[in-house]
Design a protein around this ligand. Structure first.
Ligand SMILES: Cc1cc2nc3c(=O)[nH]c(=O)nc-3n(C[C@H](O)[C@H](O)[C@H](O)COP(=O)(O)OP(=O)(O)OC[C@H]3O[C@@H](n4cnc5c(N)ncnc54)[C@H](O)[C@@H]3O)c2cc1C
Length: 528
């Protein structure tokens, strides 16, 4: 099979905030090619509702923002990285505005700042309750004016080209034609976002299958702190199976919404003095406990006792989405369920986005800077993505691989079509997601983690076999990513014999000083 070969200076994998921001900052220095799995706006960034945390209020300071962030991180935040993020963030938010992103302003024409759980001051810059969509829209239209930037939609990157410790680009599948392309680049930037799709219930879009972590892991990058998965307590429950659950943002609880079991009992009062405004992990665990004790599929979030007009005006997006499912949030409670939301761990990068492989940078949710420690504060992830993708762009030129691309890479990438792999892929994907939800979910136990690991070891072998011997397809590539990510999360969770931040293990319910360290996993030549 002949495969198409393309050359570029910068290869960017993904089209969320990390990639688009990076592209705009390097496009004057060379040719940029963006590969993205679906349409250009199919990114988690597009679904961010709340906003981006940055210090703009004169009552606020980077010091306070840092204190809040490190406080949430339960002893594991990298303070140097946090310091950089809170200080550089506000300047970079201004760049977004200069590129055309329109954030909501108050009557005084200054940025309107929301307050969210865990933040001691008002510092959430937002665009209504669809901040991510506005950021994507603004950056994508800014990109249009640069002829140096090309975007290939429906191109799924699946293997990085690494020779002698340096990265020369990636192989990708053109999902619409089934054709494989080889992209050779002087610099590759991984910006593939998170991996929420590894769980049965998730707020993440279908593109979030952890491909970047899997690709990085496969070529020997260190992967850190994968046990810290944030579960959002309130996503809309719909009885029919969904690719992703719609998020009912924190801000609704901020406005006084109450969590009720299906008999109408408010349960957060007996769990935490902050009630519904307790940190996400505590609220998610409480919902999980109610669901398990009662054998229910959902709990209720009720804001119907508030003024209907006010609710509609504050949450137009949430109102509309619920209405689509015949739920009027101004008149009735919303059925909600917790869901996997954010991955604090990822590919280990330094403060300038460098991975362990020369020529390979990473930033955004795929990467680990240590900013969030064991728990992420709301609205800090867009900020982290913005700050560290900017820093990566600033060092990009210094880190390019030089010289001709090693010859043997130009060889063909052969595949044989052997079995009805798509049935197998779909079936195994469901099993992984269910196992992750039941055994490696919000509340963990050693025996359940071990059970999951045994299953994943078997799946890994089977899937690797499928990957090597069958016709290359999106299903198979994503399945391979999901099993690697599932394995990494489970291994990391087993290594942490304590409870800290987002990782809660009933068999080790206390935080222990000896575990005040990161969990790092690296692939050996022929296995984990
Ligand atoms: C519902 C929801 C609400 C959120 N709200 C907020 C919020 O208010 N504030 C906040 O700070 N954070 C929020 N977050 C988290 C935040 O949105 C993400 O962490 C952030 O947008 C990540 O940006 P990114 O650029 O790293 O990745 P993404 O925006 O996810 O982009 C990843 C890109 O990579 C592409 N891709 C993936 N794999 C491949 C592949 N193999 N080949 C080619 N392309 C690939 C995807 O298609 C996508 O374009 C929210 C998350 C969710 C799910």
């Amino acid at each position: 099979m002949e495969i198409k070969r393309i050359e570029t200076d910068f290869l960017l994998i993904g089209s969320g905030l990390a990639a688009l921001n990076f592209a705009l900052r390097v496009c004057d220095k060379g040719r940029v090619l963006i590969l993205t799995k679906k349409e250009r706006t199919d990114a988690t960034t597009n679904y961010a509702q709340g906003g981006i945390a940055a210090v703009f209020d004169k009552e606020d300071s980077p010091f306070r923002h840092k204190e809040d962030t490190v406080g949430a991180g339960a002893g594991l935040s990298n303070e140097e990285a946090v310091d950089i993020m809170v200080k550089e963030g506000p300047y970079l938010v201004k760049d977004l505005i200069d590129w055309g992103v329109q954030f909501t302003k108050g009557e005084d024409s200054k940025l309107e700042l929301w307050k969210e759980g865990g933040h001691s001051r008002r510092r959430i810059v937002h665009a209504g309750d669809f901040t991510g969509r506005e950021i994507e829209k603004g950056l994508i239209s800014a990109i249009k004016s640069h002829s140096n930037i090309r975007i290939f939609e429906h191109h799924l990157a699946y293997e990085l080209i690494v020779v002698d410790g340096s990265c020369y680009g990636a192989f990708a599948l053109d999902v619409s034609t089934g054709e494989v392309i080889q992209v050779n680049s002087k610099l590759t930037f991984l910006a593939t976002g998170g991996a929420g799709q590894v769980y049965q219930h998730t707020s993440n879009p279908s593109v979030a299958t952890g491909d970047g972590v899997a690709m990085g892991y496969n070529v020997g990058c260190r992967i850190a702190d994968m046990e810290f998965i944030q579960f959002h307590p309130t996503t809309l429950y719909i009885p029919e199976p969904q690719d992703k659950q719609f998020l009912i943002s924190e801000a609704v609880r901020g406005e006084g919404a109450r969590l009720l079991d299906q008999d109408g009992n408010r349960f957060m009062e007996s769990v935490d003095s902050r009630k519904e405004l307790a940190p996400r992990d505590i609220v998610a665990r409480a919902c999980d406990a109610v669901l398990k004790e009662r054998g229910d599929n959902f709990v209720y979030l009720d804001i119907s006792f508030k003024d209907g007009m006010e609710v509609k005006n504050k949450f137009p997006n949430i109102y509309r989405e619920c209405k689509k499912h015949s739920i009027d949030i101004t008149k009735e409670p919303i059925p909600v369920v917790p869901a996997a939301h954010y991955m604090c761990g990822g590919i280990y990068i330094d403060l300038d986005g460098r991975t362990d492989i020369k020529g390979l940078l990473a930033a955004g949710e795929v990467a680990f800077t240590g900013v969030h420690g064991a728990n992420r504060l709301a609205s800090n992830s867009l900020l982290e993505t913005l700050v560290f993708s900017t820093r990566a762009a600033n060092v990009a030129l210094d880190w390019m691989v030089e010289g001709p691309i090693p010859k043997h890479l130009l060889l063909t990438h052969e595949r044989r079509s052997t079995i009805e792999e798509s049935i197998l892929a779909v079936h195994t994907r469901k099993e992984i997601k269910q196992t992750m939800w039941d055994y490696v979910g919000i509340v963990r136990r050693d025996y359940l983690l071990n059970r999951a690991l045994r299953r994943f070891e078997l799946y890994r072998e089977e899937i690797e076999d499928l990957y090597k011997n069958s016709h290359l397809s999106q299903d198979i590539i994503e399945l391979r990513s999901l099993i690697i990510v599932a394995y990494l999360i489970t291994q990391s969770a087993l290594k942490r014999k304590e409870s800290r931040g987002l990782h809660y293990n009933k068999d080790h319910s206390q935080m222990e000083d000896k575990f005040k360290k990161h969990t790092i996993i690296k692939r050996r030549n022929n296995g984990i």
